[in-house]
Design a protein around this ligand. Structure first.
Ligand SMILES: [Fe+2]
Ligand SMILES: [Fe+2]
Length: 282
C-alpha cells in the first residue's frame, strides 16, 4: 500500500497556487491513501474546497484536524460554536460532504491496515522546566512580547462554558484515540496526530520565545500511548513546521509538513510541495 502524507498546508494563508501544486504532486506519486495531518485551512469554505481538490487526487483520503482547523471566534463561541463544535460537528460534516474520512471521528480499515488518528493537544509535558516562565505564562499563552494564538482562537469549553485546561483537552483526546485503537482488530496500524508525541520531534533552540512555544507542541503522554501499541508501524504528526523522520522503538515517526511559504527553503512552490509530500510504501 502506498501512503502519501503531509501536514500544515494552511491553504487559507498559502493560497490556491499551493493547492494546485500539491494536487499535481499527489497525482504524480499515485498513492492508495492520502493522509493530511492537520492545519489544512481555517474557515469552513476554504477547508471544504481544499478537501474536495485533494480528494480528487487519491482513492482514499484521511485527515486529522489541526489546531488552526478548530479555531473559532468569541462571536461564534457565544452562539455555541466552540472548538469542540468544530471538531465534533462542523469538520465531520465538511469531511462527509467531501468524501474524506476524518480520523478524529473514528478509525477505518483499508486493505487490512487500520488507520486511527487525533488532533491531539498539548499538556505542557514538552515545556522546558529550566525556562524562567511562570505557569501563568503557559495558562495565558503570553510570555515577553509573545502571544500563542491558540489562546485567542482555540476555545475548548466545558458544559458550564468555562475554558478547559489544555491538559484536560489533551487527556480527553488521548482517551478518544485509545478507544479508537482498542476498537481496531488489525495487526498493522497507522496513526496520525496533529500534535507531536515524542521528545525527539521537538526542536530545542536556545531562544526564549522558541523555548516557550515548545510547551505547545504536543504531549509526551500521547507518545507513551503510541509506544504501548505494538501494532503501530507508522506514526505521522504535524504542527511543528520542521521535517523529521526517525525510528522510535518499532515505529517510524514521520513529520512532513509544508508550513508557511516564508519558511520554505525550496526555491519554488513545486520544490516545497515535493519535499513536503512524503511517500511511504507499507
Ligand atoms: Fe501548522
Ligand atoms: Fe498546528
Amino acid at each position: 500500500m502506498r501512503i502519501a502524507t503531509t501536514s500544515d498546508i494552511h491553504i487559507d494563508i498559502n493560497g490556491e497556487i499551493v493547492l494546485e501544486a500539491l494536487c499535481a504532486r499527489i497525482r504524480a506519486v499515485k498513492p492508495d491513501v492520502l493522509i493530511v495531518a492537520g492545519d489544512i485551512a481555517t474557515g469552513a469554505t476554504t477547508f471544504l474546497t481544499t478537501l474536495l481538490a485533494l480528494k480528487a487526487c487519491a482513492p482514499h483520503m484521511l485527515v486529522v484536524a489541526g489546531n488552526h482547523d478548530v479555531w473559532t471566534s468569541p462571536a461564534a463561541v457565544a452562539k455555541g460554536i466552540d472548538s469542540w463544535a468544530w471538531l465534533d460537528k462542523l469538520l465531520p460534516a465538511l469531511c462527509t460532504e467531501a468524501g474524506v474520512h476524518l480520523l478524529d471521528a473514528g478509525p477505518t480499515v483499508i486493505g487490512g491496515i487500520g488507520f486511527a488518528g487525533s488532533l491531539g493537544w498539548y499538556d505542557l509535558t514538552m515545556r522546558e522546566h529550566l525556562l524562567d516562565a511562570p505557569m501563568e505564562a503557559y495558562r495565558t499563552g503570553r510570555f515577553g512580547g509573545l502571544m500563542w494564538n491558540d489562546h485567542r482562537f482555540a476555545h475548548f469549553l466545558d458544559a458550564d462554558g468555562k475554558h478547559l485546561l489544555s491538559e484536560v483537552v489533551a487527556e480527553r483526546l488521548r482517551d478518544r484515540l485509545q478507544a479508537h485503537l482498542d476498537s481496531l482488530s488489525c495487526s498493522r496500524v497507522v496513526v496520525a496526530t496533529h500534535m507531536l508525541a515524542f521528545e525527539r520531534q521537538v526542536h530545542r533552540k536556545d531562544r526564549p520565545g522558541w523555548r516557550f512555544v515548545n510547551a505547545f507542541m504536543g504531549s509526551l503522554r500521547m507518545g507513551e500511548l503510541l509506544a504501548r501499541d505494538p501494532r503501530i508501524e507508522l506514526a505521522i504528526a504535524g504542527h511543528t513546521h520542521i521535517h523529521s523522520d526517525q525510528r522510535i522503538g518499532r515505529m517510524r515517526a514521520l513529520v512532513s509538513p509544508l508550513g508557511y511559504a516564508k519558511e520554505w527553503r525550496a526555491p519554488d512552490v513545486a520544490g516545497a510541495v515535493e519535499k513536503a509530500l512524503a511517500v511511504v510504501d507499507l
